[in-house]
Design a binder for this molecule. Structure first.
Ligand code: GLN
Length: 276
């Protein structure tokens, strides 16, 4: 069912993409393009080149505990999303500033205008589409299930089997939270403010599994002994950038930038740097 939803949403994105190709004035982006490839520079507010200070600021809301998409390296937020966002900002002739917040607060921040867009390995969902507008998708995600090595849970179906009482840990407000609450009921789901806290709860025995996106799951399992990811995926999804509902001016520019960065291989290069 969720796969179908994902396919339908992907189709919607392709249609809007087609509309964009037809309706977009290609002069709207790219005028201030430089050939400089150091996308990291733009993420580093305050230490940018002199002319960067002249550029308007583009604010991104994220939750920087979602490796390899966004995470701290020292005091700097790096990762796939951080670098793609910096490349988009560069195309828009703007300087990227990343604001770290709870994942659950990103849509509100976007709608209140405290940030210009949200980018956080965020899945396009029907409910979120009621609140914000999404760009074309720039990556795919998979909801995975993490268990202890000796867990009796072997597949996703074991969680929904007749009489199953397994407790599930999730990150608050994520699709893992939404789907698990739908499928197993809120009594069996415990929310945490990030994946790391959920995994610590799993290691400590408060929950029997954690449902979270696959790439962060890999990083969490690598960092914590005695855990594994089940082979069966729980759901497939598309990641996209969200903007305030109706902000088509920014959305069109972001979409055009994503298309260019896809076509010239920039996005694939960034992904390859973080996902081996
Ligand atoms: N892809 C998931 C979602 O959109 C999780 C995102 C996250 O935790 N940063 O809900």
């Amino acid at each position: 069912m969720k796969k179908f939803l994902s396919v339908i949403l992907a189709l919607v994105m392709v249609l809007s993409l087609t509309a964009l190709f037809v309706g977009c004035d290609s002069d709207t982006v790219g005028e201030n393009e430089t050939t400089a490839g150091d996308t990291n520079a733009a993420t580093d507010a305050g230490t940018t080149a002199p002319d960067e200070t002249e550029k308007p600021v583009l604010k991104m809301g994220t939750n920087a505990y979602f490796q390899p998409y966004e995470f701290y390296e020292g005091e700097k937020i790096v990762g796939i999303d951080a670098e793609i966002a910096a490349a988009i900002a560069e195309k828009l002739g703007m300087t990227l500033e990343i604001v770290d917040m709870e994942f659950d607060s990103i849509l509100t921040a976007v709608n209140e205008g405290s940030v210009d867009f949200g980018m956080a390995g965020m899945t396009i969902t029907e409910d979120r589409l009621l609140e914000v507008d999404f760009s074309i998708s720039y990556a795919n995600g998979v909801q995975s299930i993490i268990v202890k090595n000796d867990s009796p849970i072997a597949t996703a179906d074991d969680l929904s089997a007749e009489g199953a009482t397994y407790k599930v840990g999730v990150q608050l407000g994520t699709t893992g939270d939404i789907y698990a609450t739908d499928d197993f009921g809120s009594d069996r789901v415990t929310t945490y403010s990030n994946g790391n806290e959920a995994v610590l709860a799993l290691a400590g025995g408060s929950v029997d599994c954690v449902i979270i996106d696959n790439e962060p799951a890999k990083a969490l399992v690598a960092a914590n002994e005695g855990l594994k990811i089940l082979d069966t995926a729980y759901a497939n999804e598309d990641y996209a950038i969200c903007v305030k509902k109706g902000n088509s001016e920014l959305l069109d520019k972001i979409n055009a930038a994503i298309m260019e960065l896809t076509e010239d291989g920039t996005i694939a290069g960034i992904v390859a740097k973080y996902i081996k």
